[in-house]
Design a protein around this ligand. Structure first.
Ligand code: SF4
Length: 85
């Protein structure tokens, strides 16, 4: 079964745990609020098997349950990260 993920950004408290556990999947903006990298947080790109392992780790550990998962693509607007270099 396909697995899709994204971050519900208003619920994120910027703890940084997901990025530490799954750096290929999660990054954060200037305020430390996380987003899901593979599809700009739209939740429309299915995870492959290896990514699924890392995703599940972050999903289980997120203290605010901001990381969402579904067996169907989400219908979310893309997030465009802006970072101070
Ligand atoms: S683990 Fe959860 S609360 Fe922490 S940065 Fe990631 S999404 Fe935000």
């Amino acid at each position: 079964m396909a697995l899709y993920g994204r971050v519900e950004r208003p619920e994120c408290i910027a703890c940084g745990l997901c990025q530490m556990l799954a750096p290929d999947l999660f990054d954060y903006d200037q305020a430390g609020i996380a987003y899901y990298k593979p599809d700009r947080n739209t939740g429309t790109k299915a995870l492959d098997d290896q990514a699924t392992i890392h995703f599940r780790l972050a999903y289980k550990r997120c203290p605010t349950h901001s990381i969402k998962r579904s067996d169907h693509p989400f219908d979310a607007e893309p997030y465009t990260p802006t970072k101070v270099e």
